[in-house]
Design a protein around this ligand. Structure first.
Ligand SMILES: Cc1ncc(COP(=O)(O)OP(=O)(O)O)c(N)n1
Ligand SMILES: Cc1nc(C(=O)O)sc1CCOP(=O)(O)O
Ligand SMILES: [Mg+2]
Length: 207
């Protein structure tokens, strides 16, 4: 399937079992009903599954995305691209280089994190389909998170790259998502605002 990148970035749910207070499959299904436009399988951090268990859950979440025509991304782990038949992968500055991935996977959607001018200078943006910009706001969700960049970072990226697909990430919820879009992002990537919500469909509609 071919995807419209600007469109898929609008409401981008990221999640692994470590983020889920209940069954990840149920959370994903509710999020899809609520209107997410992309999903990233990020099994990472304290309590995350590994090995066969990680693959087993990945296969289930992948199947749910396929059945609902939601693009499915892998976080970091390029070995899972083929195993889970992912539509794309998101990598950071310390992960497998994006240009290498592009050569290996010419048809997959590749996202790269950029959080500072220094990271921007060392990034080959021609190899990627979109960038993840953050943390826009403070977040507890990721341990090794970088300093907060604010919506100003998105404004800066947008001014420098008028056509670059950008998704904001970090501490985004239905109260502050508007600021991220107004700063120039195509969409918002969220974990806890959705996984910890007691009314997931409403939360996503509000985003
Ligand atoms: C859409 C999106 N944007 C940014 C990130 C963060 O990626 P990274 O910096 O590699 O950190 P980890 O997620 O791997 O801990 C992301 N995953 N998705
Ligand atoms: C995975 C991740 N990457 C970030 C970055 O800034 O690159 S912030 C983050 C965690 C996002 O979780 P929440 O929506 O709960 O704040
Ligand atoms: Mg990474």
């Amino acid at each position: 399937m071919s995807w419209n990148v600007n469109q898929l970035l609008r409401k981008y749910l990221i999640m692994g079992s470590q983020n889920c207070p209940r069954d990840p499959e149920d959370i994903l299904l509710e999020a899809i009903e609520g209107g997410i436009t992309a999903f990233q399988f990020r099994e990472k951090g304290d309590g995350a599954l590994t090995g066969e268990q990680k693959i087993k859950l990945g296969l289930k979440l992948r199947q749910i995305c396929r059945e609902h025509s939601i693009p499915f991304f892998i976080n970091d782990d390029s070995e899972l691209i083929e195993e889970l038949d992912a539509d794309g992968i998101h990598v950071g500055q310390d992960d497998i280089p994006a240009d290498l991935l592009r050569r290996q996977y010419p048809d997959k959607i590749i996202g790269l994190s950029v959080s500072s001018d220094a990271e921007l200078e060392q990034s080959d943006l021609s190899a990627v389909d979109y960038v993840g910009a953050g943390p826009v706001f403070f977040t507890w969700t990721k341990d090794d998170v970088k300093p907060v960049v604010g919506v100003e970072w998105i404004e800066k990226l947008r001014a420098r790259y008028p056509d670059l697909p950008i998704v904001g990430i970090g501490g985004i919820n239905s109260d502050n998502a508007r600021e991220v879009i107004e700063a120039g992002a195509q969409g918002v990537a969220v974990i806890s605002a959705v996984t910890n919500s007691t009314a997931i469909k409403e939360t996503i509609k509000d985003l």
